[in-house]
Design a protein around this ligand. Structure first.
Ligand code: SAM
Ligand code: SF4
Ligand code: SF4
Length: 363
């Protein structure tokens, strides 16, 4: 992958730029949300994310010294918070595989916005280690949790994670996280037609009236490993229709600007669901998210073809002002809106576009 060195983005004389409190990109979108991939490894081989045929025994994962250290992640995060980031999400790969993740959470929990407030700390996990880790995550200062659950049918769940991991252990992990007081907890179900779309109603029924909010995610064309095709996407509108045939739903307005999920509540007052329509109802216009890959590249879009090498700056001795200026310059140049233009691309053009794997860039 060819990487644009972040230093190239530095405007002449910009190295003394102060932190802005708010960065705005070329489409008037602020930077508010930073997603940090802490490992490119995973103990699952979900068929739509890290298919075994690609991520097999010989796959070259990053070595330890290639990963950003906790100090480096904390430093980037501190600067991002000074620039307006209000939410940090740890992801991967499987973030709970990163040794000492609690220490990183504690470091990030100590960060303060220019107004002296905490930032919201979230983590996305496959839930496999939650029963063991929940208390430590809570003690370290984790606020929110998202757990991926693609099916309640154990045979199908195991077929999807492709490592024979039983769904009951993930469900126990979710309850363990709730019991120690982590919340809110959201559950993500990626829906792929012909694979787990038969589970939509069962998932809705199971989690209706529980403390957990279920979100349905349209299967996306991230990376090149999963062989995506549009036929395999189940549009959110179909999901809403199918669930409301069982339990009437009504739309709810967004809780915050830039929210990715469209919310619907059960008319009988037993909670709500979310729909993340990355393919059929895109939300680039309010997208306020940046991503840091496992090896410290800043991506301004999930579908960006190039990352900006912050690690080279960090390890090259850049001071905070230089890092801050680089981040400001990168965000200032941002004009990504891939999901909006996806339908304009021919299948050939789409296929020829370099795409970064979800497990590397972080979901
Ligand atoms: N391993 C953790 C997990 O599974 O929650 C965190 C990383 S995973 C890459 C983050 C999220 O991305 C998960 O909810 C996963 O289901 C979702 N995801 C992965 N590949 C996807 C795809 N092709 N389309 C839509 N969502 C995807
Ligand atoms: Fe691992 Fe998460 Fe990707 Fe599944 S979706 S393979 S759990 S990183
Ligand atoms: Fe944001 Fe890129 Fe996704 Fe659009 S395609 S919502 S710009 S990450």
């Amino acid at each position: 992958m060819s990487i644009t060195p972040a230093a190239e983005h530095r405007a002449p004389g910009a190295s003394r730029l102060p932190s802005t409190g708010s960065l705005i990109d070329r489409l008037d979108r602020p930077l508010r949300d930073l997603r940090i991939s802490v490992t490119d490894r995973c103990n699952f081989r979900c068929v739509y994310c890290m298919p075994r045929a690609v991520f097999g025994r010989d796959y070259a994962f990053l070595s330890r010294d290639e990963l950003l250290s906790f100090e480096e992640i904390e430093r980037i995060s501190r600067i991002a918070v000074a620039h307006g980031v209000r939410k940090l999400r740890l992801t991967g790969g499987e973030p709970l595989l990163r040794r000492g993740i609690e220490e990183l959470i504690a470091r990030l929990a100590a960060l303060r916005t220019p107004e002296g407030n905490r930032v919201e700390l979230a983590l996305t996990t496959n839930g496999s280690a939650l029963t063991v880790k929940a208390q430590a995550l809570k003690d370290a200062g984790l606020d929110r949790l998202t757990v991926s659950v693609d099916s309640l049918d154990d045979e199908l769940f195991q077929r999807m994670n492709d490592v024979r991991f039983p769904v009951s252990r993930v469900l126990d992990g979710i309850d363990a996280a709730h019991a120690v007081g982590i919340g809110p907890i959201k559950l993500n179900m990626v829906v792929k037609r012909g694979l787990n779309d038969g589970e939509i109603e069962a998932m809705a029924t199971r989690f209706k009236g529980t403390p957990y909010t279920l979100r349905f995610i349209e299967y996306m064309d991230v990376g090149t490993s999963n062989g995506w095709s549009l036929d395999e996407v189940v549009p959110s509108s179909e999901i809403v229709e199918r669930i409301s045939a069982l339990y009437p739903l009504e739309p709810v307005g967004p809780a915050s600007p830039g929210e990715t999920a469209k919310r619907w509540r059960y008319s009988d007052g037993t909670g709500e669901i979310g729909l993340i329509s990355s393919v059929t109802n895109t939300f680039c216009g309010t997208c306020n998210r940046a991503r840091i890959s496992t090896e410290g590249k800043l991506f301004t879009c999930l579908f960006a073809t190039e990352g900006h090498d912050l690690r080279a700056l960090l390890r090259g001795g850049a001071d905070d002002e230089e890092l801050s200026a680089a981040m400001a310059s990168i965000w200032g140049a941002r004009d990504d809106r891939y999901s909006e233009i996806r339908s304009e691309l021919t299948p050939e053009l789409r296929a020829s576009r370099k795409r970064i794997e979800m497990s590397y860039i972080g979901g």
